[in-house]
Design a protein around this ligand. Structure first.
Ligand code: PGA
Length: 266
């Protein structure tokens, strides 16, 4: 396990709620309003929620002035043009989005996103001042055949091709083992520590040690309020990505509180 290279000014841990293809715009607004209220007094953690595209504008309005930031689940790389069905960085920015998931395994798997497309999206997002969360992670087969490190390092290197050191400062990496997503089968602290260590090494190779140490690495896959304390104990875990458990406001707020508490104690 690697030690933190951070000093006294360690930025707060990050918790991102990925609502996936859930909730109408009206339901999203209600949930966001409730969440903003619940998190009013929570300190020591940065919270972002990523609703569906149809809900971004109204949820953005609800979150204005709150402690909760707005994220998107996907983005195209071009600013505008003949790309039927796509949504551009400029469009999501104008809805209030500042953070965007890129290369989530569900998009790689169900929407055919290759490392090359993921790379274009990372670059496109950065060009438009957005913070991309580049998601990487191995399947169960890849883990069983001992290819976890190779897969993670490959996705990282390809996803970050051509990203300047300057832009690297705005990156976030999400480690999401495919086998842990949605199934209630959370990775162990040891498995996460090893994977984050691997990602850290990859980032050092790409950006050098000083900058690499500043790039947050989040874990995602069956995170709940029951396992957040253990996850928070992993030193190089700088936050979490929450799917299913983020749909329930009380549960998501408990995760945010648990992460803040765990990191303060750790
Ligand atoms: P999950 O999803 O929390 O439902 O496992 C995580 C994710 O896909 O980001």
């Amino acid at each position: 396990m690697i030690t933190k290279r951070r000093g006294l000014n360690t930025p707060p841990p990050i918790v991102v709620g990925n609502w996936k293809m859930h909730k109408t715009a009206a339901e999203s607004v209600l949930t966001a309003r409730r969440l903003a209220r619940l998190l009013r007094s929570v300190r020591g953690v940065k919270v972002v929620i990523a609703p569906s595209f149809t809900a971004l504008e109204p949820v953005g309005r609800v979150l204005k002035g709150s402690r909760v930031g707005l994220g998107a689940q996907n983005v195209h790389w071009e600013e505008e043009g003949g790309f039927t069905g796509e949504v551009s960085p400029r469009q999501i920015w104008s809805a209030g989005v500042r953070t965007v998931l890129v290369g989530h395994s569900e998009r790689r798997r169900f929407s055919g996103e290759t490392d090359d497309l993921v790379n274009r999206k990372v670059i496109g997002a950065l060009r438009h001042r957005l913070v991309p969360i580049l998601c990487v992670g191995e399947t169960l087969n890849e883990r069983r055949s001992d290819r976890t490190a190779e897969v993670i390092r490959g996705q990282l290197a390809k996803g970050l091709m051509g990203v300047s050191r300057e832009d690297g400062r705005r990156l976030i990496i999400g480690y999401e083992p495919v086998w842990a997503i949605g199934g209630g089968h959370v990775a162990t602290a040891m498995q996460i520590a090893e994977a984050h260590d691997e990602i850290d090494k990859g980032l050092v190779e790409i950006f050098g040690p000083a900058l690499a140490g500043e790039i947050p690495i989040l874990y995602g896959g069956s995170v709940t309020s029951r396992n957040i304390a253990e996850l928070a104990s992993v030193k190089r875990l700088n936050g979490v990505l929450v799917g299913g458990a983020s749909l329930d406001t009380a549960e998501f707020a408990a995760i945010a509180r648990g992460l803040a508490k765990g990191k303060q104690e750790g």
